[in-house]
Design a protein around this ligand. Structure first.
Ligand SMILES: *Cc1c(COP(=O)(O)O)cnc(C)c1O
Length: 396
């Protein structure tokens, strides 16, 4: 593989070095705890190179892991990638690897709910104070930085409400104050943005979503730049973070089709979103590619594509009408997560329970969709029937 290869070529090629694959296409599943050495010299060599692609002990990884780590690292554009048993594990480990008692954390108000809970329920208990900030704050972040601010955490677009952040501006100001920039980059996946070119220090993926792509594995990754890689790697290791090689195998297998899946998710989602715009019941679409989504201009500047995940806001409705909408769908299943091949739907209530720096207008219900790889016309027909059920309740 060369640096000049186009993205589609890179997705197919990254991490497939012979030292990992042993000459077959996919690196085999190396299941290991103990690694045995014949001589003291061999053992010393393994100790010396334990972070350098040599097998040392199972928890440090095997070629199955090393290959996948290298693949994600090259796609994200960092210096090293650590693996975790879930996206939530990657987020908590990245934060805990850099924060200590007395530190201050700036967390985006639209963070994934468990990230917020981690700050409020655990980090607070460790004496780490969190301030939530408006995702659209831009250069205003400067006023929130304190002498003890250690980490600025971003998630772009934000969970549920999809605000796109001005990542380069936020990163630049953070670095002027020696603040580490972490980004939950799950929506972009490793292929739709260049987090390190935008100044991010640590880019986090819930690999559970589009990397795995088949809704059957939980996994997280955190990729760091040169300056932060050693601390992330060693502190994650100290916290005992490790992943099953079987799961890594599946994630690596998912990765190879990420490019074509993403293109189809994006195409289908745009078709569905464009149809939703024509519906009288819809107030607006919260899809970063639409100018009704806050931060749309940053999406155009910083992302190469969208994916299948977006939300839309209804002009009116209550629990009963939204329930009629989301229940009894043909193709859209109700459930958490996203990024698999299948379509999902969520009627989201209580958004203000997970916002403190911003306010959401709760009089307008929000529905989140994940658009899968089904035919988009079948999905539109499914939504059309949902609008009929919803309207029937509203008219009662
Ligand atoms: C799903 C998700 C996570 C958590 O990933 P898990 O693998 O479910 O723990 C974190 N951030 C975002 C943006 C997500 O969508």
């Amino acid at each position: 593989m060369s640096k000049d290869d186009k993205l589609a070529t890179q997705i197919v090629s990254v991490g497939r070095e012979k030292k990992f694959t042993k000459g077959i296409i996919n690196p085999p599943v190396f299941r290991a705890s103990t690694v045995v050495f014949d001589t003291m010299d061999e053992m010393r060599f393994a100790i010396k190179n334990k972070t350098n692609g040599e097998m040392f002990y199972g928890r440090r990884g095997t070629p199955t892991h090393f290959s996948f780590q290298q693949a994600i690292c090259e796609l994200e554009g960092g210096a090293g990638t650590a693996l975790y048993s879930s996206g939530a594990g990657a987020i908590s480990s990245a934060l805990l690897s850099f924060l200590k008692s007395g530190d201050h954390l700036l967390m985006v108000d639209t963070a994934y709910e468990p990230t917020r809970d981690l700050c409020n329920k655990m980090l607070a208990g460790f004496g780490i104070e969190t301030t939530y900030y408006d995702p659209m704050i831009g250069a205003g972040i400067r006023e929130l930085i304190r002498p003890n601010t250690k980490v600025l955490f971003l998630e772009s677009p934000g969970s549920i409400t999809m605000e796109v952040q001005d990542v380069p501006t936020l990163s630049r100001i953070a670095h002027e104050h020696d603040v580490i920039v972490m980004l939950d980059n799950t929506w972009a996946s490793p292929i739709n943005s260049r987090p390190f070119d935008m100044g991010v220090d640590i880019s986090i993926q819930a690999a559970t979503k589009y990397i795995v792509g088949h809704s059957d594995v939980m996994m997280g990754t955190a990729t760091a730049n040169e300056q932060h890689w050693e601390q992330l790697r060693e502190n994650s290791y100290l916290m005992g973070q490790t992943t099953s090689p079987d799961d890594v195998y599946l994630a690596a297998r998912g990765l190879r089709t990420l490019g074509v899946r993403m293109a189809q998710h994006n195409k289908n989602a745009l078709k569905v979103a464009n149809w939703l715009v024509t519906r009288a019941e819809v107030d607006h679409v919260r899809h970063p590619a639409f100018d009704t989504c806050p931060g749309h201009e940053f999406f155009k500047r910083d992302f190469s594509s969208g994916n299948g995940l977006f939300s839309f806001v209804l002009k009116q409705g209550d629990l009963a009408s939204v329930t009629a909408f989301v229940e009894n769908m043909d193709h859209f299943k109700m459930g958490f997560s996203w990024g698999g091949f299948e379509s999902l739907i969520l009627g989201v209530f209580g958004i203000n329970n997970i916002r403190t720096a911003t306010q959401w207008d709760s009089s307008k219900p929000l529905i989140r969709l994940h658009i899968g790889l089904e035919d988009a016309d079948d999905l539109i027909a499914d939504l059309d029937a949902a609008f009929s059920r919803y309207n029937a309740i509203l008219q009662k």
